[in-house]
Design a protein around this ligand. Structure first.
Ligand code: FES
Length: 274
């Protein structure tokens, strides 16, 4: 069993949970994830390791409660426990000193971006972090990202915080300015956002990395659930990723696979309310 040390509501449906998992905390690298199961028979949920404290033996998970299983996980209070925390899984992020780096996060993708920003800052990069969401209620981790970033820019679609629009707006401005153009871009968020970022950087030939979020089941490369097309080759996000060269990703195929179970999810929502 893995004890829940704390459980905090960060934004609507978004929880920050600190879990006691000493071996994972010692071994994890930026970009890796765990698969969490609340109890035997429950769904296995892949979650990026947002942060870790090797000394305290804890990991931090940012969990968006959007389905029945994630809602049950975030309902576990401090003092409670999760049955399984398997990991760390996936490849670690390739961290180098590129110089100027743009890190772009959309919605809950900002939580996945956080450990990357931390590692990139630690490697001496000068980071412009751009985070966005539908409204101010969906902007997360701004206080944590600000000290790691040379500049932190916020966008909201309804203009309730930062500039009005999408995260691609400030990125486009950076790319147009030779004094500010980044040498590398990291983007995590909804598929259309990551695709838009890839299309913006492609003509400039700027190295661009995205973290993909396909359906995952076993997390060990056995089930094939997380397969994605990268440069025409089939890859498994759980063992070959989850990060890939954005210019090689088949984002349309990923969208199709992510929507495979929409009908079943809608039917369950209608029947159970979650
Ligand atoms: Fe099964 Fe990746 S989750 S192969």
């Amino acid at each position: 069993m893995f004890n829940v040390i704390s459980n905090e509501l960060l934004a609507e449906n978004l929880h920050k949970m600190v879990i006691s998992a000493p071996r994972v905390a010692r071994a994890r690298k930026p970009g890796q994830f765990v698969i969490v199961r609340l109890a035997p028979g429950e769904e296995r949920i892949p979650l990026t390791i947002g942060d870790a404290d090797a000394q305290a033996g804890t990991i931090t998970l940012f969990i968006q409660a959007i389905g029945a299983s994630t809602q049950k996980i975030v309902a576990t209070p401090a003092g409670g426990a999760l049955r399984d925390v398997a990991g760390p899984l996936g490849k670690e992020t390739h961290i180098a000193n590129w110089g100027r780096v743009a890190c772009v996060g959309g919605g809950v993708g900002t939580a996945v971006l956080f450990p990357l920003v931390k590692a990139l800052a630690g490697a001496g990069n000068r980071i412009t972090t751009i985070i966005g969401g539908r409204s101010s209620r969906y902007i997360i981790l701004a206080d944590e990202l600000a000290p790691l970033s040379e500049r932190l820019l916020v966008t909201t679609e309804d203009g309730t915080l930062g500039s009005t629009g999408f995260v691609t707006g400030p990125l486009q401005e950076m790319l147009a300015d030779p004094e500010r153009a980044p040498q590398a871009v990291f983007a995590v968020g909804p598929v259309p956002m990551m695709k838009a970022v890839a299309e913006l950087t492609r003509p400039h030939g700027i190295e661009t990395v995205v973290s993909l979020n396909p359906i995952m089941i076993d997390g060990t490369g056995m089930c094939g659930g997380c397969r994605v097309q990268i440069g025409g080759a089939t890859k498994f996000a759980c063992v070959d990723g989850p990060e890939f060269d954005a210019h090689l990703v088949d984002f349309d195929g990923l969208s199709d696979r992510l929507s495979s179970y929409r009908k079943e999810e809608a039917a369950r929502h209608a029947a159970t309310g979650c």
